[in-house]
Write a new protein. Structure first.
Length: 304
């Protein structure tokens, strides 16, 4: 997409205004908020919006990263560089610790992943650190269960989500009143689309982990998808690695995040590629394919 085309179909400023309003309301209504940071583009955008919302003051709450131990190295490098560059507070909790403590059980088999195990580590971290609001980058266009979310999504004292207990949101009057033990998940970019995110990244000139851009990597094929070759993935003998030019449209645990064949090496190229795509970005997340209601079940159990 040319610069002139971008100007014509650029980022709608009211979405930024809404997100900043939500972030400021979160800081005003809750005692101990935190940003759930994954190193993916959506959490990067939310972090940028939060820094912008409270400038020139320091960001008034920390980033919380639930580290599966199976992250892309590029993502961890980006996280540490971002925190250092912006002077942010970072808290990391590890799924491996939950496994070692007997709080979570490692999966086995071909499709073993630590993605679901994050829920235990996250809920333990919320309880330990007494967070009453966790801010994240989930969007309604990503997946049907996420389309049910409110901007302030109330979770019970066990961290569980119930769609029928969510409050109406009228005229952007956000109700942050919660009972003792409850907490809220906050979604400032809930009304954005994937293209909105990318156009905002371009407008704000935000740096990203390199895996979002085309690069050569050793991969293998499984179930019609392209996977990064990794010691964390249990490959069968017929799943032989080969070199390919790919990029990642979404970033999560290496065991559940597939790549796309792509030569898109610039933001213009990525925006053009996504504009023409017929598959959603979550189509490359195998954790969503475990069942038709996989995401909804994970959310009811306390997943972000």
């Amino acid at each position: 997409m040319s610069q002139s085309a971008f100007a014509q179909f650029g980022f709608p400023s009211e979405l930024e205004d809404e997100a900043i309003y939500i972030l400021r309301e979160t800081a005003a209504q809750f005692e101990r908020p935190a940003i759930l940071f994954s190193g993916g583009k959506d959490s990067i955008v939310v972090t940028h919006l939060a820094v912008k919302a409270f400038a020139p003051s320091k960001l008034p709450f920390p980033l919380l990263h639930i580290d599966t131990g199976h992250n892309f190295p590029e993502t961890l490098h980006y996280r540490d560089e971002l925190v250092k560059r912006l002077g942010l507070d970072l808290i990391v909790r590890y799924v491996q610790d939950s496994i070692d403590q007997g709080r979570a059980r490692e999966e086995s088999g071909k499709y073993a992943s630590r993605n679901v195990l994050q829920t235990t580590t996250l809920l333990d971290a919320i309880e330990e650190l007494k967070f009453d609001a966790c801010i994240g980058g989930a969007r309604r266009d990503e997946e049907k269960a996420r389309a049910k979310e409110r901007l302030f999504s109330v979770r019970n004292e066990f961290g569980q989500w119930n769609a029928q207990r969510q409050r109406p949101e009228l005229f952007h009057m956000l109700n942050g009143r919660i009972a003792t033990g409850e907490n809220v998940r906050v979604f400032p970019i809930s009304n954005w689309t994937e293209l909105d995110v990318w156009r905002y990244i371009q407008q704000e000139n935000l740096p990203l982990p390199s895996i979002y851009f085309s690069h050569q990597r050793h991969v293998f094929n499984r179930d019609g998808l392209v996977w990064a070759d990794s010691p964390y993935i249990n490959k069968s003998p017929d799943e032989q690695p080969y070199a390919a030019t790919i990029r990642f449209r979404t970033v999560g645990d290496m065991t559940c995040t597939a790549a796309v064949n792509s030569t898109a090496s610039t933001l213009d190229h990525i925006i053009a590629e996504i504009s023409a795509a017929e598959v959603s970005e979550r189509g490359a997340r195998i954790d969503d394919k475990r069942s038709e209601a996989a995401m909804e079940k994970r959310k009811k159990d306390g997943y972000f």
